[in-house]
Design a protein. Sequence first.
Length: 90
Amino acid sequence: MPKKQSSNKRNKQNNFTRLSIFQPNKYKFKKSCPLSAKGAPKIDYKNIRLLKKYISENGKILPSRVTNVSQKKQRELSLSIKRARNLALI
């Protein structure tokens, strides 16, 4: 009897070791750009309410990996934020 118990422990360990931390993730979801969707607000330096959503408390522009904004819209956003800063709107 003791031999069977030890083999059961080995089988359990083998099943556990077969699981790899490097297996691909099955549940990937696409991040959609909030400024590219239908009905999204237009990016403009005069739209201060929109621009404040993409600025930190210190006044720095938030990166696109945090805000999920596309590359093209991120460039437009940063340009309009800089213009608004220059005109002292922010």
